[in-house]
Design a protein around this ligand. Structure first.
Ligand code: DI6
Ligand code: FE
Length: 401
């Protein structure tokens, strides 16, 4: 069944640029794009459906390539404490931080986790997201990590969104492994990853490489096992300090290295050579009131693809809007609106290993797009919050949430 979509302008985001087609039309066949170009050149055919997009600006569906959407509990109380001057260290000493989310996640049922994550994911979808990556990492034992990954799979079945599941068992040290980080890493490598991969619950493996989390050597151990299991890797790197985790990620041809405020030019050179995408997370930078900016000029100079994501998580980035992240990427990191939109479309797709099928509106790619009632593509990074009039189409059909 062929469908014609017309009376619109299109920012195709091909090659990570706007690549604009004014007064455009698009032909979809099933879930794929069959033709796209100026409306005057649209192939004549007996279309099953013809849609008038009312002069909308059409972009690829937004892709949120880094989220921790599934978790138990809520940490707004810590937010209040910090604003009253209580330090992170004191909050952690009181059992707060990631540990409190781990306790709440372990105590919650699979259905409770699904219900709370479903609400948060719908917020992202209502803002134009058609593909999302969701990490585990608040369970930190086999049964709880399996529970999280099963919820992630269920969300992709329940909502009109393509979901990629990333195992982040190496997110933090669980209490039962206090002061025994190497033993926990071995538990991940010998029991958790093989079992979860065999159950088809994992699309990629991630770790938190930081002085307060896991060392490059411990990350390399996890990455070796991921590679033995045939799973691509990603890495939380250089968020709070420089351990050259991003260079380690590049050595493993990682899909992406994420955060990167403290990365060096040498790290950027290594990432460029490996094709590892830099995923910047302005929500965490903003929420933590960080001051160290990612090295934008080094990333641009060496041609590292830059993606933007929400990092939706209860502790450092309780963000429910990718569009707001686009604004933060421009306002805080001085990216251009075009770079930011490429970061939430084509480059985000590449960061998920989906760059050949998603992320731009080109013949043969999936028909995931949003028809926005806006004046210019830059409006997507310009307006702060709120809800823009839009029509979301995923796999060639309207995606209503
Ligand atoms: N970096 C972060 O900012 C989050 N995890 C990570 O690896 C923090 C997660 C939390 O505080 O719950
Ligand atoms: Fe994260």
């Amino acid at each position: 069944m062929k469908t014609l979509w017309q009376h619109c302008h299109v920012a195709t985001m091909a090659q990570g640029k706007y690549s604009i087609i004014e007064d455009a039309a698009m032909v979809t066949a099933g879930s794929l794009i069959e033709w796209i170009g100026p409306r005057s050149q649209a192939p004549s055919a007996d279309y099953a459906q013809v849609h008038d997009l009312q002069g909308a600006w059409v972009t690829p569906g937004l892709i949120d390539c880094h989220t921790h959407t599934v978790f138990g509990g809520n940490r707004s109380g810590e937010f209040e404490q910090r604003l009253e001057g209580v330090s992170y260290a004191k909050i952690a000493a009181q059992g707060g931080g990631i540990a409190s989310t781990v306790r709440a996640t372990r105590a919650a049922s699979e259905d409770e986790l699904f219900a709370s994550a479903h609400k948060r994911l719908r917020s992202l979808l209502r803002d134009g997201v058609t593909t999302v990556e969701i990490k585990s990492g608040y369970g930190l034992d086999l049964a709880s990590e399996r529970k999280l990954l099963r919820v992630i799979r269920r969300l992709g079945e329940a909502l009109p969104v393509s979901v990629r599941a990333t195992c982040l068992a190496a997110h933090a040290l669980p209490p039962e492994y206090k002061d025994r980080a190497d033993d926990y890493i071995e538990h991940i490598c010998q029991e958790m990853l093989p079992a979860l991969a065999a159950e088809g619950l994992v699309d990629a493996v991630d770790a938190f490489c930081e002085y307060l989390a896991f060392s490059p050597a411990q990350v390399a151990r996890v990455f070796d096992v991921a590679q033995q299991l045939g799973l691509p890797v990603k890495l939380h790197a250089e968020q709070l300090s420089s351990l050259h985790g991003s260079s380690l990620a590049a050595r493993y041809q990682a899909l992406s290295a994420d955060h990167l405020e403290f990365m060096t030019e040498e790290d950027a050179i290594a990432m460029a050579a490996a094709g590892t995408v830099a995923v910047l997370l302005p929500g965490a930078f903003y929420f933590l009131r960080e001051t160290q900016l990612p090295p934008m000029e080094a990333l641009r100079k060496h041609g590292v693809k830059i993606a933007i994501a929400s990092d939706l998580n209860p502790g450092t980035s309780p963000a429910l809007s990718v569009r707001l992240m686009l604004n933060m990427a421009c306002t805080l990191f001085r990216m251009t609106p075009e770079e930011a939109l490429a970061g939430a479309t084509q480059h985000a797709a590449t960061a998920l290993g989906m760059g050949h099928t998603h992320g731009s509106l080109e013949v043969g790619k999936v028909a995931d797009f949003v028809a926005w009632q806006i004046d210019r593509p830059a409006d997507l990074a310009y307006w702060l919050g709120g809800e823009l009039d839009k029509r979301v189409v995923r796999h060639g059909v309207d995606a209503n949430v």
